[in-house]
Design a protein around this ligand. Structure first.
Ligand SMILES: [Zn+2]
Length: 156
């Protein structure tokens, strides 16, 4: 997975481009990893051994969207709109994760879960090359801000 910095930057750019609630898109962009990292709770909660696999489907599109549906119910405002923005972030997250190779023996995304447990990735980067996506997303953000303010100034 690209590190959370890249997920957040890309989610903020997406939300700003289409002018929607940035926080909800960012939450959606982090949701697949948050659900996957729920296994950290198992250091304090007793669960049967070898249950790590049970959380992996939450990093798939279907699992993440189901998680997003649950999270949307926690918001008081328009749940359909909240869900849509969470899904936008989830799509952003899953798309960015496709850039990577398998991390150890486990892939990043079960794209076609529950129909297939096969991992599909483009494999351009290794997960320890997080600095490449961090720098690229930072440059993209700077470019976006420069273009946005140049266009805004040109209208004046
Ligand atoms: Zn991820």
């Amino acid at each position: 997975m690209p590190e959370w910095y890249t997920h957040v930057v890309i989610a903020l750019l997406l939300a700003d481009i289409i002018r929607v609630d940035k926080l909800l898109v960012v939450i959606g962009a982090l949701l697949p990893d948050i659900m996957l990292k729920a296994e950290l709770l198992w250091t304090v909660i007793q669960v049967p051994q070898n249950m790590e696999w049970a959380l992996i489907p939450f990093h798939s599109p279907l699992g993440a969207i189901l998680g997003g549906a649950f999270v949307a119910t926690l918001f008081a405002k328009n749940k359909t709109q909240v869900f849509g923005l969470l899904v936008l972030g989830i799509i952003s997250h899953i798309s960015l994760d496709q850039l990577l190779n398998k991390h150890f023996m486990i892939g990043q995304s079960l794209l076609f879960f529950p129909f297939s447990w096969a991992y599909y990735e483009l494999g351009f980067l290794w997960s320890d090359e997080f600095y490449i996506t961090a720098v690229a997303s930072s440059l993209l953000a700077v470019l976006y801000v420069v273009i946005k303010f140049t266009l805004r100034r040109a209208k004046i």
